[in-house]
Ligand binder design. Structure first.
Ligand SMILES: [Zn+2]
Length: 102
């Protein structure tokens, strides 16, 4: 499967609608190829008020989707002035995502 920014934007619109009630502003997307160097499936970064999300192109489609959900929860944290972490609030969104998508 060839991943593109357009595909990432489509996933974003779907997840933003179903999980976040369209609360999120669209971040900047990148298709990354970091897995072999950094062992990362995706990343989220906040830089001067802009949010950037990268998802590794070596993910299979299911992992690509799951990684997108994970990173968009970080986007929610950033856009709501919360610290970016995997603590209680993050887990709450994960639980909600599992109910909706799996
Ligand atoms: Zn994370």
């Amino acid at each position: 499967m060839k991943y593109t920014k357009k595909y990432m934007q489509e996933l974003f619109h779907y997840i933003n609608l179903e999980l976040f009630d369209n609360m999120l502003d669209m971040p900047y997307f990148n298709v990354s190829n970091y897995k072999y160097t950094y062992d990362a499936y995706g990343w989220c970064q906040d830089y001067k008020g802009n949010t950037f999300v990268g998802i590794d192109k070596t993910n299979n489609p299911a992992d690509f989707f799951t990684t997108m959900v994970h990173e968009l929860i970080h986007v929610w944290q950033v856009q709501n002035d919360k610290p970016m972490n995997h603590k209680k609030e993050f887990k709450k969104w994960c639980d909600k995502a599992y109910e909706i998508f799996y």
